[in-house]
Design a protein. Structure first.
Length: 670
């Protein structure tokens, strides 16, 4: 999982702008009178009357760009986006040297997720018009949407040449560099913002997060102090900058802090979405009620990751198996089509698949409401390309978070979070704005049809044949300094052992080897694995002896992969959701003793498993011989449990009851 990596460009008001020669500045006397009246009405906030006047003006004199420009601006304020785009396009077509018309059109297209058209419009601006900082900022933002990270970074550097203290350019440049995996440089961009604007909470978050990606702990104390200071300065909720609460989950185990930060971001999103929709949230759902009354719940799943992604790998079999006599499954996708077999399988698993890629949040919410969805499931949270804003409009009567995001959303507009007794004990209710809804055993599904390849060899993996191999395949941002120090102590106590890590970036490899040497560990005892295909990754996992989990953000799908391939996982259980997932999975495979309560217990158990003959082998044999019998891998058990929990959520709404905590209720399985 990764956080959202772009920030919105603030819209710029459309006003009169310089025009090229031979472009009419005013139309007929009657048209100009209508235009004058329309502008005056707009200034008074009488927008509907203003639009009527401006529409008469363009009908009477359709060749005056300024009339179309003002019409586009007022239509935008009325949230009539399609008509606003049409008017802005007419204004710009009449005068391609008008930078204001160009930028208004671009902003409208971008707001409505039409990035390719927006970039084309921006490039149509007459070549004689000087490219301002505003122009380069818009261009860079559009290139970010197109995932053209290098060109985007160059565009933001152009902004900084003209405006060296432009915070927005630094922020966007930081995101571009992060996507280029230049994490240390990205962190420096966000540190610069924090120095220039200490209250910029998002910058403080991202500075610490991308330093963690780089495994650069040299400014850890300063980064955390800037973060604490910025949080303390969030006194005006209307002035909060955007950020991803996801980034905080790997920094500490403070679930209360995670909730407080998420509430700030959720409130910001709700304000923006409600303002952008030009209306309040839905309060009635007649089509959903009609479907529920007929005995079949329409459940909608919202995600950008219906593709080759961990979310789909885990969920696909459950979606296929949800009983169709009780559920109708609709997938709302706002992510890229990767053309993979898994995406095709996800499409086939649904009764309907709706591509929302070019929909705004308002349009997507309207689609969901019109479809009569009774239960809407968020499968992204604060990860990349999120659409949490759709939920803020409450397009379905019951809304829940499940699977993809390991914390609270901090949102008033989401009713439930799906968990289990280990992951989300009811006594942790204060850590969540959502009500906890527990599955009986484990919140995470698996696909028993997934591949279980023959193991590859140690030679193929570049591992020593006879060494004890500790492994961790979590992303580098989860490797905190305390965790790495702990690993080095374990290596020191287990002579000849090696540590196998999934860190393909050469710069980060060098940093970790240097940190190991500082702790008395030979750098060559760190072995780095490349990214490979999912099948190749599964095949190499059995060559490790023990998976050492990170803390406080532990392994999730990565843990499930390891257990599926017979590799035991050692984890430390913490307070926060993200620090409890591996413990839940281990309980679901019958190895709860591998989830320990403290750093000291973690270290001692790792050493014992590596040095006492037989102890680790018993765990491996248990996973190997009973794999298909273990509850974690039993989808025939999981799917009915999830279906029953979904029915309990919707049933409360059907019966006129408010959302409430739903404790685990075991089902009787055949």
């Amino acid at each position: 999982m990764s956080p959202a990596l772009s920030a919105p460009i603030r819209p710029q008001s459309a006003a009169a702008a310089p025009h090229a020669r031979n472009v009419p500045q005013r139309g007929s006397p009657g048209a100009h009178q209508q235009w004058n009246q329309g502008v005056a009405l707009a200034r008074q906030g009488r927008l509907v009357e203003a639009v009527a006047c401006l529409e008469r003006a363009v009908r009477m004199s359709p060749s005056v760009p300024l009339y179309w420009l003002n019409l586009a601006s007022v239509r935008r304020k009325l949230f009539r986006y399609a008509e606003a785009i049409d008017a802005a396009r007419r204004a710009f077509a009449l005068n391609t040297a008008d930078e204001t018309a160009c930028h208004l059109l671009v902003e409208l297209l971008r707001t409505n997720n039409r990035g390719a058209e927006a970039l084309e419009a921006l490039d149509t601006l007459d070549a004689t018009v000087p490219r301002t900082a505003r122009h380069w900022l818009l261009r860079g933002s559009l290139l970010m949407t197109a995932q053209e990270w290098q060109d985007a970074a160059l565009a933001f550097l152009q902004v900084l040449q003209e405006k060296p203290a432009d915070l927005e350019a630094y922020q966007q440049l930081g995101f571009a560099l992060a996507n280029l995996r230049r994490y240390g440089d990205s962190a420096e961009c966000f540190r610069t913002i924090s120095i220039l604007e200490p209250a910029h909470f998002g910058a403080a978050v991202y500075a610490a997060h991308y330093a963690a990606w780089a495994c650069d702990w040299s400014q850890g104390v300063e980064d955390q102090q800037r973060l604490a200071n910025a949080l303390a300065l969030q006194t005006d909720p209307t002035q909060t900058t955007s950020f991803s609460p996801f980034c905080l989950l790997s920094m500490n185990d403070d679930a209360a802090f995670h909730r407080a930060a998420a509430e700030i971001e959720a409130a910001r999103i709700e304000r923006l979405v409600i303002a952008g929709a030009g209306r309040g949230a839905y309060t009635a759902w007649p089509r959903a009620a009609e479907a529920v009354a007929s005995g079949r719940i329409r459940v909608g799943f919202v995600s950008a990751d219906f593709r080759t992604h961990a979310t789909s790998m885990l969920a696909v079999r459950t979606l296929e198996k949800l009983p169709r006599d009780r559920f109708e499954v609709v997938l709302y996708s706002h992510g890229a089509d990767d053309g993979s077999a898994l995406r095709e399988r996800m499409i086939a698993a649904a009764d309907r698949f709706v591509d929302c890629n070019e929909m705004s949040a308002t349009e997507q919410a309207q689609q969901i409401h019109d479809d009569g969805i009774a239960l809407l499931v968020d499968m992204s949270g604060y990860t990349g390309n999120t659409r949490i804003g759709v939920f803020a409009l409450r397009p379905a009567p019951v809304r829940t978070l499940w699977l993809a995001y390991p914390s609270t959303l901090g949102a008033r507009f989401v009713d439930y979070v799906v968990g289990d007794p280990i992951l989300t004990p009811l006594e942790h209710a204060e850590d969540f704005t959502e009500h906890i809804a527990q599955l009986p055993l484990c919140y995470e599904p698996t696909d028993p049809l997934r591949e279980h390849p023959e193991p590859s060899s140690r030679a193929e993996a570049g591992l020593p044949e006879h060494a004890f191999v500790f492994a961790c395949f979590n992303q580098s941002y989860k490797i905190t300094e305390p965790v790495f120090t702990r690993w080095c102590r374990i290596l020191e106590r287990v002579p000849g052992s090696v540590l196998w890590l999934l860190v393909p970036q050469v710069e980060i490899q060098a940093a970790l080897r240097a940190r190991a040497a500082e702790r008395g560990i030979e750098p060559e005892r760190l072995i780095f694995a490349p990214f490979v295909t999912p099948s190749e990754h599964l095949a190499r996992l059995p060559q490790a002896d023990l998976f050492l989990d990170t803390f406080p953000y532990g392994a999730h799908t990565t843990c499930s992969d390891a257990l599926w391939m017979g590799l035991p996982v050692l984890t430390q259980i913490g307070r926060s959701f993200s620090a409890r997932v591996a413990a839940s999975l281990l309980a679901a495979v019958g190895l709860p003793e591998l989830a320990v309560e403290s750093e000291e217990a973690y270290e001692e158990l790792a050493v014992r498993l590596a040095t006492v003959p037989g102890e680790l082998q018993r765990a491996r044999q248990h996973l190997d011989t009973k794999r298909l019998e273990l509850p974690l891998f039993d989808n025939e058990r999981f799917t009915p449990e999830l279906a029953a929990l979904f029915e309990r959520m919707v049933g409360r709404w059907r019966d006129g009851l408010p959302p409430a905590p739903l404790a685990a209720e075991p089902l009787k399985h055949a």
